[in-house]
Design a protein around this ligand. Structure first.
Ligand code: NDP
Length: 506
């Protein structure tokens, strides 16, 4: 299992960003292009607060061009033997591996996340996504039934055909990881793609486009339009020639997208926000749980949809666990994301830093007690003196009804609440509009099964967190999303089933 809070005993790399460029262009029909209007946006390094590149800002015109190219390419790509598509995607995965170091560095600079995390998790997972779906599509089988009605016999089977151009929209927290999580199954099943990464973190998608040329992916098969969500993103969602939309992002954006896509009868997958509980029972392995709960809360500065931001702790160990947890959180090394030993980097933007600090103020107003953190962190070095850092924050003394315990903060902020028994733990775990993930820490197997059955979440971890088998369905219930990604679910999502019945009568 990879540890998203890396430890310090790795060799230090000199911090130099001279070779890093945040310049980004659209990738349409196999070529890098600017916006027709010439519009651009600034690309900001969150660790320094400095502009380090310029991003082409696309809108309707770029989406139209990309869709045109993708439609043309569809007739070639969808007819290509799956093994040929697969070998190109496998090559792309290999190229990601070859470029691991520079991609990890680009991801760290673009997002503010620790470089060790990008190297251990983000980039390897992007390669795994491509490799998994490139292989899965070769082994995916269709169904066939032989049946008899009176004296007549027939064979029914299902064809699964690619649906055309898929629109993929992904967020800033795990940029290349989530970008490829959508693009890989879409391409593997023979669809072509118009993708929009977050404007906040577009660099690794841009680099992937260059690698796709080396992987011999034909022009037009894979297109990227950069730009603001309400322009480029909205144009993808509303485009009449994009029948399939997959979106990962906030619940409010998801609602908006659903309202546009539903009357157009588009197929839509929504992976949205979370307010995930971490349930700690008195019989847990104490040290493992303190460490697991810390990772679950603060990996990637708490900016993972699966982060456990509500810690529910059995009352008999509440005080002891709280002390140990706060100690552990205070020992996290906050630093320059490009330093190898850094465990907590910057949050992704100034706007996000303000949002997180504002949520901490709300917690104070609601009567919460800040046990540690609660404010912006001082700059870790001179290079980062104008960066966006927030101290890992632990809050207690709030009940399940307050905003702090109901609204997603998506930053390094966690609340602690005690529970009395299993039923109480389940009530607290389910006291939110979200239902994405939960982790349960106990040595009582029977209780763990019972909780897995009762807690309302699409993903349940027992004595672990963020361990992912790409074959299992991934997604949330309630306001955490609609549909599932991963494994066969993704292969089904990107294909249209067609049932064919063949008479076997002579
Ligand atoms: P947003 O919803 O703001 O943005 C997600 C993506 O949608 C971005 O590419 C954004 O573009 C784009 N977008 C914004 N507005 C529109 C629109 N009107 N039409 C089409 N596209 C649009 O989310 P964040 O990027 O802030 O990501 C954080 C959220 O993502 C959190 O709520 C988190 O829980 C959720 N998330 C969910 C995951 C899951 O698997 N369930 C995984 C990871 C994150 P731009 O950024 O350029 O404006």
């Amino acid at each position: 299992m990879v540890n998203p809070l890396p430890n310090a005993n790795v060799q230090s790399e000199a911090v130099s960003i001279s070779s890093d460029t945040g310049d980004v262009q659209h990738f349409i029909d196999g070529a890098f292009v600017s916006s027709a209007s010439g519009a651009t946006m600034e690309n900001i390094d969150p660790a320094t607060g400095q502009v380090y590149g310029s991003i082409a800002a696309g809108a309707q015109a770029e989406v139209d061009r990309a869709v045109e190219a993708a439609n043309r390419a569809f007739s070639i790509w969808s007819k290509m033997a799956p093994a040929d598509r697969s070998s190109r995607l496998l090559r792309l995965a290999d190229l990601i591996d070859t470029n691991l170091e520079s991609l990890a560095r680009a991801e760290s600079v673009d997002t503010g996340k620790p470089i060790a995390l990008a190297r251990a998790v983000d980039i390897p997972r992007a390669a795994s996504n491509l490799r998994y779906f490139a292989n899965a599509v070769l082994h995916h089988h269709s169904e066939a039934y032989e049946h008899q009605q009176g004296a007549s016999r027939a064979l029914s089977y299902t064809l699964r055909q690619p649906r055309g151009v898929a629109g993929t929209i992904s967020p800033w927290n795990l940029p290349l990881y989530l970008f490829t999580w959508k693009v890989a199954p879409a391409l593997a099943t023979g669809n072509t793609v118009v993708a929009k990464p977050s404007e906040v973190t577009p660099v690794t998608a841009h680099r992937l486009a260059a690698l796709s040329l080396e992987a011999d992916i034909p022009p037009g098969v894979f297109n990227i339009v950069h730009g603001r969500g309400d322009e480029a993103g909205a144009a993808i969602v509303a485009h009449p020639q994009i029948p399939t939309i997959t979106f990962t992002g906030g619940t409010a954006t998801g609602k908006h997208i659903a309202a546009t896509a539903a009357p157009m009868f588009k197929r839509l997958a929504l992976e949205l926000g979370g307010k995930n509980p971490t349930l700690v029972f008195a019989d847990c392995d104490f040290e493992t749980t303190v460490s697991g709960a810390t990772r679950a809360a603060f990996a990637n500065q708490g900016q993972i949809c699966l982060c456990g931001s509500r810690l529910l702790i059995e009352r008999s160990i509440f005080e002891k666990f709280t002390d140990a947890f706060v100690d552990r959180v205070q020992s996290l090394r906050q630093g320059d994301p490009l330093e190898e030993s850094t465990q907590q980097g910057a949050v992704v933007s100034l706007a996000h830093q303000r949002k997180v600090l504002n949520a901490i103020d709300v917690a104070r107003q609601e009567g919460g007690t800040i046990l540690c953190g609660g404010e912006a962190a001082p700059a870790p070095n001179d290079r980062c003196r104008t960066g966006y850092f927030v101290k890992p924050t632990v809050i207690t003394g709030l009940d399940e009804h307050c905003r702090t315990n109901r609204e997603e903060i998506f930053g390094p902020v966690v609340t602690l609440m005690p529970f009395d028994d299993t039923d109480h733990a389940i009530r607290l775990a389910n006291a939110t509009d979200y239902g994405l993930a939960a982790s349960i820490w106990t040595n009582n197997l029977k209780r763990a099964h019972h909780l897995a059955d009762r807690v309302q979440a699409g993903i349940i971890w027992i004595n672990c967190w963020l361990v992912r088998d790409l074959r299992v369905p991934f997604g949330g219930m309630k306001q955490s999303g609609v549909g599932r990604e991963g494994g066969a679910e993704a292969l089904h999502f990107f294909t249209e089933p067609k049932s064919v019945c063949l008479s076997l009568d002579e």
